[in-house]
Write a protein that binds this ligand. Structure first.
Ligand SMILES: [Fe+2]
Length: 130
């Protein structure tokens, strides 16, 4: 699979969120390096890290903005965390796990960031866009 490169069409119009979303692309690209258990472990830890930093920040932003689809966002973010927990319980020596994580994160980029997150693009008042 080809590496992913950040593209302006990924932008949700809030630089802090874009910066954090780039971390997800790094996670996907790191998985290309190899398929060993260490890479899978790093990716899963990266998912937890991403969730604790980014989802908290994004939900706080959407709350301040009075965003009407906040609870849908929270539900999807929880599903991401549940998935990370599921991966962490799998046998990391199974060579298919890196492919599985990559597939999940790519789908997340396409379906969550490029669809759900894009819906808030025009709903954030200028004073909240640092
Ligand atoms: Fe989100």
């Amino acid at each position: 699979m080809q590496g992913l490169i950040w593209n302006e069409r990924f932008s949700v119009g809030v630089p802090a969120m874009d910066q954090q979303h780039k971390r997800l692309i790094d996670l996907i690209n790191n998985l290309r390096k190899s398929e060993d258990a260490g890479i899978a472990f790093d990716a899963i830890m990266g998912m937890f890290d991403y969730a604790s930093i980014h989802f908290r920040a994004e939900e706080a932003l959407l709350q301040k903005a009075g965003y009407s689809l906040l609870s849908a966002q929270q539900g999807q973010h929880q599903a991401f965390i549940d998935k990370a927990v599921g991966f962490s319980r799998q046998d990391l020596n199974d060579p298919t796990i890196c492919t599985e994580i990559t597939r999940f994160l790519r789908t997340w980029l396409l379906e969550h960031i490029l669809q759900e997150d894009m819906l808030y693009k025009r709903c954030i008042p200028p004073h909240l866009i640092a």
